[in-house]
Write a protein that binds this ligand. Structure first.
Ligand SMILES: NC(=O)C1=CN([C@@H]2O[C@H](COP(=O)(O)OP(=O)(O)OC[C@H]3O[C@@H](n4cnc5c(N)ncnc54)[C@H](O)[C@@H]3O)[C@@H](O)[C@H]2O)C=CC1
Length: 383
């Protein structure tokens, strides 16, 4: 059955103001009707609720762009293998989701919305479970990885190197999700800070966020020799085959990680693009990766590196990274990539558009404090 995007959007707009309640009701229904699935979820459900909302919003916003949506759903389906999701679970979830939306529509829900969502959900479930099935022939549901490097670069920032037990195939710019032994079933995303390597090692930049269970466990309670778990690689902020001749990367804090991977990859290209890397930090002491970046600049040969320090009284002019970028001349046909907190990504995007950079040439990935990729950012990410 064809998907009626107009009905889906209209019905979603009815419940969106109460989307938090929809998510809470969805899980309450799911766990009361199907208690056997409760063990697949973490004990504390608040972040999980947000995840569902992000995923749903993302799907509703992207229904018109079936190609981007299929990539996203395929990755989501493969990712759900790590939770133990099997095809039989999908109908349970779909039925509870539609009920949760209907009961939150304050009497305005139409039977036609049920049908539209059932058709959309069937398609979503099919794409996800088919991708999971294909993946199951080639990859484990998750990888065990040994910590082979652990360096605290400041009290709240660690660079961690992992050796996955099986080949971990990813593209430069993608992220993984990490579960620690301390927090079962709690997975957090981290961008991989290197391109694929022959020795299969991956490096992560972990900033400890307030109340961040996984980031605290990784930075302060993990040592060389420990084991962590990795979900499959995700994200589409990767280089296309027809890379532009000039690339601009704008990173906020640890948003640097995926760009380091991409730039390192371009350094080996036969006709490598020239590169501008702007790294925004609040304090000069937070420029945690300077020696490596200077080495990368040397190795690349066509790379400009600019550090922007926004809040350090000892380092005037205390300029936001968006303002720093605006002071520099960017070639008209530059491809621009932005990664950092949602506020930073929004500020930089707005500034670039005002500077006359075409929206088609701006690619972004924003992950909030809890590590959730934002739905508004991701559909246009990468090419
Ligand atoms: N793949 C991804 O999408 C990744 C995203 N991140 C995200 O990047 C962020 C990095 O955080 P931190 O290292 O603590 O850096 P931070 O957020 O403290 O600051 C880094 C830079 O961003 C600027 N900035 C921050 N908020 C801003 C706002 N609202 N408007 C304008 N500029 C702003 C600061 O002035 C500074 O130049 C986190 O939110 C993290 O989740 C990090 C790694 C990968």
């Amino acid at each position: 059955m064809a998907i009626d995007t107009a009905l889906i959007r209209r019905s979603w707009s009815l419940v969106e103001p109460r989307s938090g309640k929809v998510a809470a009701d969805f899980y309450a229904l799911l766990f009361s009707r199907f208690p056997q699935v409760r063990g697949m979820f973490p004990a504390a459900m608040d972040l999980q609720r947000d995840r569902l909302l992000h995923a749903l919003t993302r799907v509703v916003l992207s229904l018109g762009e079936i190609e981007g949506l299929s990539t996203y759903l395929g990755q989501l389906g493969r990712d759900h293998r790590k939770y133990g999701v099997v095809p039989e679970h999908y109908p349970m979830l779909g039925a509870c989701l539609i009920t949760a939306m209907r009961v939150n529509a304050q009497g305005a829900w139409l039977p036609a919305y049920d049908q539209a969502w059932a058709a959309a959900y069937d398609l979503i479930a099919r794409v996800m479970s088919e991708a999971a099935e294909r993946d199951s022939h080639a990859s484990p549901p998750y990888w065990t990885a040994t910590v082979v490097g652990h360096e605290l670069r400041s009290h709240d920032l660690a660079v961690i190197v992992l050796r996955p037990s099986h080949p971990y195939l990813f593209q430069a710019g993608q992220y993984t999700t990490v579960q620690t032994r301390q927090w079962p079933r709690v997975w957090r995303p981290y961008s991989i800070a290197n391109p694929p390597r022959e020795d299969n090692l991956i490096s992560l930049h972990v900033r400890v966020v307030p109340g961040g269970w996984v980031s605290t466990a990784l930075a302060h309670r993990t040592a060389v020799g420990d084991t962590v778990f990795l979900g499959p690689p995700r994200g589409s902020m990767v280089l296309s085959r027809s890379t532009a001749s000039h690339l601009v990367f704008i990173a906020g804090g640890t948003g640097l990680a995926p760009f380091k991977a991409i730039i390192e990859e371009t350094a080996w290209m036969h006709e490598r693009p020239s590169v501008d890397l702007f790294h925004g930090v609040r304090l000069r002491s937070q420029a945690y990766d300077l020696p490596d970046l200077l080495r990368l600049r040397e190795q690349h040969g066509r790379m400009r590196f600019v550090l922007a320090v926004s809040d350090d009284p000892a380092h005037p002019p205390r300029e936001s990274v968006a303002d720093t970028v605006a002071r520099h001349r960017l070639p008209a046909d530059s491809e621009v990539f932005i990664c950092g907190s949602p506020g930073m990504v929004q500020a930089c995007t707005a500034r670039l558009l005002r500077m006359g950079v075409s929206g088609h040439n701006v690619h972004m990935e924003a992950v909030d404090q809890s590590g959730l990729a934002l739905p508004w950012a991701a559909p246009s990410v990468g090419r």
